[in-house]
Ligand binder design. Structure first.
Ligand SMILES: Nc1ncnc2c1ncn2[C@@H]1O[C@H](COP(=O)(O)OP(=O)(O)OP(=O)(O)O)[C@@H](O)[C@H]1O
Ligand SMILES: [Mg+2]
Length: 243
């Protein structure tokens, strides 16, 4: 069935100079933390947006410490600016309620959100993705043709195994991949697995972020988050992305 939003959404995404979907087949590896930190780091140099496409587990708004007060509307929705980042999330619509949707319901909600959001002159868009390869991932591949993917894994055998499948699909589709980020690394983890993963898919290994014992308590407000070692690590990775 013809849906006028499809062309509009494609056009809106195509207008960005850079789109960085932060992905992983594995859940809980730090996509939301890294994408939020990445957008805050990039915003210091470029007009940057953050789009949370995890409709079932939206969390970026929690990290950015914003209440769910609906953003301004003017010929569309104007994303709220937080820490220099223009931010859009389904959380504004759900207001803390669960959103049990599937299949076409997801696509419909995605198209609506993407169609109504006015990013205006935003240059770079970071996208926080849910885990896996279901509808959000497939719709991203369908409607966003200019993504340069940041793939997140932990050093665990299970994560590496699942993330290899994510890389496989991205490679198969000839999509651009910035590289692999290893998150939650402990001193006893060795780098052989992740190096092998990067080598076998011929993608850059962008470095690691340690596993911090006290990260959660440092997330009380945005200022705290910006002063964490976690944020500084992501900032370094962000600097490499520009190079
Ligand atoms: N380097 C780290 N050290 C310690 N804790 C971390 C680190 N990175 C992330 N975490 C914690 O791990 C948990 C999962 O992180 P996050 O929600 O960003 O993962 P995710 O990949 O977005 O998860 P999901 O797949 O559910 O969307 C959070 O509680 C977060 O605070
Ligand atoms: Mg997440």
């Amino acid at each position: 069935m013809f849906d006028a939003r499809e062309a509009l959404v494609r056009e809106k995404f195509a207008a960005f100079k850079c789109i960085i979907p932060v992905v992983s087949g594995k859940g809980g590896v730090g996509k939301s933390m890294i994408s939020t930190a990445l957008s805050l780091a990039l915003a210091k140099e470029r007009k940057t947006g953050l789009l949370d496409l995890d409709f079932w587990g939206a969390t970026a708004h929690i990290l950015l410490n914003i209440d769910n007060q609906f953003p301004e509307e003017e010929h569309g929705i104007l994303p709220e600016k937080v820490g220099g980042v223009k931010f859009m999330s389904v959380a504004y619509y759900t207001q803390g309620n669960p959103l049990p949707i599937r299949g076409m319901e997801y696509t419909d909600a995605f198209l609506e959100l993407a169609a109504v959001t006015r990013w205006d002159d935003t240059e770079c868009l970071v996208i926080d993705m849910p885990p896996g390869m279901a509808d959000p991932f497939l719709d991203l591949l369908k409607y966003v043709k200019n993504g340069n993917f940041l793939v997140i894994t932990t050093p665990s055998k299970l994560s590496i195994n699942i993330v290899s499948k994510t890389l496989e699909i991205l490679k198969e589709q000839n999509l651009k991949i910035y590289g692999l980020v290893e998150n939650m690394r402990s001193p006893e983890d060795h780098s052989k697995r992740i190096n092998n993963l990067a080598k076998s898919y011929d993608v850059p290994y962008l470095g690691y972020i340690p596993l911090y014992q006290n990260l959660d308590v440092q997330l009380e407000d945005l200022k705290d988050f910006l002063s964490t070692d976690f944020f500084l690590r992501v900032k370094k990775i962000a600097a490499e992305l520009k190079a």
